[in-house]
Design a protein around this ligand. Structure first.
Ligand code: KIV
Ligand code: ZN
Length: 516
């Protein structure tokens, strides 16, 4: 594929996606997502914002060292210290990109940066030159470009390319753009900037008006050759453009697009499931491409049409986006070797025999309760193992009994280990889950507010594991916990305890777009 007909897919699930409230991930989880993105043949993985915290720096470094085929990128404000942190975090990477940015809209320059436009250009040029000292692959973004003045954008972009930027990103930071004018703006910039041929033009659209994908595609039609996006559209506020929608729109409408991506689309559904189970952000059933109903036909007319000739109502094949891939893998009679091989395929490695034996024992327990074990079950099993290994686990669930008879007030008895000490708590509640949460609260006294509680089935059928997401808020801090089990009361309690542990552990970190 020639450079001009290739659409570069820049995934920012691990950076912008992680900025969504409660979506923070551990290093191990980020690494697992990065390996999946690499397997999907994502061109660029934005692994984080290195200056945010030591933890972010270390996660980026682990990804930079592990990923071989995709470019690994770190975000950096247009500040020396951020660029040095990004360069340090990317050490050991086969292909490293530094992505530096500064705001260019009048409102951001005046109120956030408190800088004159001339000073913004000077700072941008300095940052790009500094980044070029570490890598030849430098991306420059004009934050809030969607609300910036076109003449000023052309001026700063020309200067950034002269300073050595190889990718120019035009973000619609606040999700304000409308497809036609946004595409026209991208076309106008590419036409007007004299050295535009020396850089790849990129877009990064937020979904506040539900237009992130439409705006990105409109920009592609006007010459953008990189799209920044996230799995499941995860991201700040209403999220970013969703990777799966961009990739499949371009692939499905090759009659309209002169470009295509290099993505292995069969990895889309597994990646979506992984991100959802790690972040605890469920995928809505009617979500395009990856929602449970995306390929389900309900009405008789549609079913009849599909049965007679598939293309009557289907524009994509479910198997092409990974719906049917690796559906049933293991069961009660699967041996240790089959279990280990499947997990290695899914990107899990065992630190030693004890870890493997422990995971296998939990697999057998699950297989006793559930006949078919799917990849999604294995991801959930491994997510629980990593929670349990976490040495910062203050609260552990030891045992749980809940009682709910029709007509009687539900009651729960929960046995916890808190900081190594066994504690028993009992409570009544409006339902069995409420009773369990109240029992836990009576001994933990977290002061956190429950903001969201949702239950989903990981796979189909009544024996499926339930996956519960819980979101807690305390003094403006938000955490999400996910838990899974064939018993949804147990899954709920696991999710609640995970969120409480996260609330106690999670270090504060700098946000790239708030702190300057
Ligand atoms: O939305 C935005 O402007 C960003 C930039 C930092 C690229 O995320
Ligand atoms: Zn963004």
């Amino acid at each position: 594929m020639s450079a001009d007909s290739r659409l570069i897919i820049f995934d920012t699930t691990l950076r912008d996606g992680e900025q969504s409230p409660g979506a923070s991930m551990t290093r191990e989880e980020k690494l697992r997502i990065a390996m999946t993105l690499e397997k999907m043949r994502v061109d660029v993985i934005e692994a984080g914002f290195a200056a945010a915290s030591q933890g972010d720096f270390e996660s980026i470094n682990a990804i930079a060292r592990a990923v071989k085929d995709s470019t690994v990128c770190s975000l950096a404000r247009a500040l020396d210290k951020d660029i040095e942190a990004a360069a340090g975090a990317l050490e050991g990477s086969a292909r490293a990109r530094i992505h530096t940015f500064i705001a260019t809209s009048p409102i951001h320059m005046k109120y956030k940066l408190k800088l004159e436009p001339d000073d913004v250009v000077t700072q941008a040029v300095r940052a790009v030159k500094k980044a070029r000292q570490y890598t030849e692959d430098v991306e420059f973004s004009c934050e809030d470009a969607g609300r910036s003045d076109l003449d000023f954008l052309c001026r700063i972009i020309e200067a950034a390319i002269d300073a050595g930027a190889t990718t120019i990103n035009i973000p619609d930071t606040v999700g304000y753009a409308i497809p036609d004018p946004f595409g026209d703006m991208i076309g106008a910039i590419i036409n007007r900037v004299p050295n535009a041929d020396k850089a790849v033009f990129s877009v990064h659209c937020h979904n506040d008006l539900g237009l992130a994908v439409a705006n990105s595609l409109s920009a592609v039609m006007q010459g953008a050759r990189q799209v920044e996006c996230t799995i499941n559209g995860l991201g700040e506020r209403a999220g970013n453009a969703s990777l799966e929608e961009i990739v499949m729109a371009v692939r499905t409408r090759q009659d309209l697009f002169t470009v295509d991506t290099n993505i292995d689309t069969t990895q889309i559904v597994p990646a979506s499931r992984l991100v959802s189970s790690i972040t605890g952000f469920p995928v809505q059933p009617n979500k395009a491409i990856v929602g449970a109903n995306a390929f389900a036909h309900e009405s008789g007319i549609h079913q009849d049409g599909v049965l007679k000739h598939r293309e009557t109502y289907e524009i994509m094949r479910a198997e092409d986006v990974g719906w049917n891939a690796n559906r049933m893998v293991l069961g009660k009679h699967s041996g240790r070797n089959a279990f280990k091989t499947r997990l290695l395929d899914l990107g899990y490695a065992f630190a030693g025999d004890v870890e493997m034996a422990d995971a296998f024992a939990r697999f057998k327990t699950l297989a006793d309760k559930k006949h078919d074990i799917f990849d999604e079950d294995l991801h959930a099993l491994m997510a629980q193992a990593s929670d349990q290994r976490d040495e910062l686990e203050h609260i552990k669930l030891k045992h749980l009994t809940s009682q709910s008879d029709m007509g009687n007030t539900p009651k729960a008895r929960v046995v916890l280990e808190i900081e190594g000490k066994e504690v028993v708590a009992e409570a009544f509640g409006d339902g069995p889950v409420d009773a369990c949460f109240k029992a836990i609260d009576s001994v933990v006294n977290s002061g956190a507010q429950l903001q969201l509680y949702s239950v989903n089935a990981i796979t189909s059928g009544t024996e499926a594991q339930g996956e519960v997401s819980v979101r807690l808020e305390k003094s403006g801090r938000i955490v999400n916990g996910a838990g899974s089990d064939t018993d949804i009361i147990v899954a709920s309690v696991k999710a609640y305890i995970k969120a409480l542990n996260l609330m106690m552990n999670q270090p504060q970190k700098a946000h790239p777009q708030i702190t300057v």
